[in-house]
Design a protein around this ligand. Sequence first.
Ligand SMILES: Cc1cc2nc3c(=O)[nH]c(=O)nc-3n(C[C@H](O)[C@H](O)[C@H](O)COP(=O)(O)OP(=O)(O)OC[C@H]3O[C@@H](n4cnc5c(N)ncnc54)[C@H](O)[C@@H]3O)c2cc1C
Length: 479
Amino acid sequence: MSTQSVQENHRHRVVVIGSGFGGLFGTKHLKHADVDVTLISKTSTHLFQPLLYQVATGILSVGEIAPATRLVLRKQENAQVLLGDVIDIDLEHKTVTSQLLNQNTITPFDSLIVATGAQQSYFGNDKFATYAPGMKTIDDALELRARILGSFEGAELATTQEVRDRLLTFVVIGAGPTGVELAGQIAELADRTLEGTFHNIDPRDARVILVEGAGAVLGPMGPKLGGKAKRRLEKMGVEIQLNAMVTNVDAHGVTVKDADGTVRRIESSCKVWSAGVQASPLGKMLAERSDGTETDRAGRVIVEPDLTIKGHPNVFVVGDLMSVPNVPGQAQGAIQGATYAAKQIKAGLKGQAPQDRKPFKYFNKGSMATVSRFSAVCQVGKLEFGGFIAWLAWLALHLYYLVGYRSRIITVIQWFVTFLGRTRGQMAATEQWVFARLAVEAVQADQQDADELAAALGAPPAENGKAARSEKAADRKVG
Ligand SMILES: Cc1cc2nc3c(=O)[nH]c(=O)nc-3n(C[C@H](O)[C@H](O)[C@H](O)COP(=O)(O)OP(=O)(O)OC[C@H]3O[C@@H](n4cnc5c(N)ncnc54)[C@H](O)[C@@H]3O)c2cc1C
């Protein structure tokens, strides 16, 4: 099949990159449009990130929050789903190159929606990730679950008080919504679920420490709600350390610098990083290739008022990857941005010129964070409230946005079990979950070393080296 013939005979082709909120909602909005949509994502699922912390703390299973994207889109006849890591976007020739193992796939587009989101940022200290995983992916959540539960198991076997204390100290770095939710759930896990299940330790002795570089918990939600969340966490026994910068993380703990310059150490085996985000690298690539488009400090693309990049009115950037004043990195921003982009594509098919587009307008529906069972904080416009009502609102909203009836029903059952009883339905964890990421990193590092050595010696890379792999990579065109 020649590329030429594919390009001559086609409907308007929309490529969507990413299967998160932006990618999925953008694709769904094009269901009845006269277009062919190809959704390319490096993960095969639509991940509902706001509930990742419940997977990490044994409340929900992965299936509930991450349905397979192709099953979600099975009834959308104009949509095709491709698994692959997008490694190149050619704006001139209008193609996207994605990679799966050693196969490259080139997909042409007429319109493009890029929704590749953000990843954890360690502010230049990527080595911290080895000891303090983030909370962005399914792998992160499962690794963390295994680390949390493994720490209690290790403490049961510890032969010295020092080791036991280290294993029973959990440090959560960053007091945004994710940090608050995690700290609250680790405390409840120790106090309610695990209580009475060990012989040598009392899980209620666990210390949960929430460390925050700024001066407030849930800073962007303001002092009233931040204060409520802080008091609730403290009531549950969570130690909150504000104005405390984590300056180092290693296998056995973290180093913290306080506002007065004091440097101290917290001994802890289990650390979680929820302190910062960095936009997907595709943002920088797009900015560099489009004349005059810039990125902000977090690598997000500073888009035009119609969410496109300069000189390319057919290339939209939405969700956590876009930088638009007063639009937070939240699901609502991604959903509204993607829906807007899909509408512009449909209007274009009806003859609307790009210059006639009305600018994207964000409607702020509010924000919320849950602190513990029966307690959340909620902000809707000028209205701020916390406690049980906020928690019910949080439950309802999250159920509404979960994809699929099956997921919703099972999630409700799991919540009943967890919040009304003392048990949790998803307490499985394996050794592999703890070590798999490190093993993959070690293999990749070895491979890089081997390739670099081969290049330095002027020899061809090893047969299984990266360069050899890419030489052998088969390029395939998708119509
Ligand atoms: C732990 C956590 C809790 C949160 N809680 C809330 C909350 O309570 N309320 C709220 O509104 N928001 C919350 N958010 C934020 C919300 O989840 C994000 O704003 C939203 O997911 C952004 O959607 P997106 O489509 O831009 O990116 P994402 O949902 O991150 O999706 C990005 C997609 O792109 C894919 N991708 C990335 N790079 C590539 C590539 N190179 N090639 C192919 N595919 C790629 C990924 O696999 C993924 O499918 C939370 C986020 C996290 C991490």
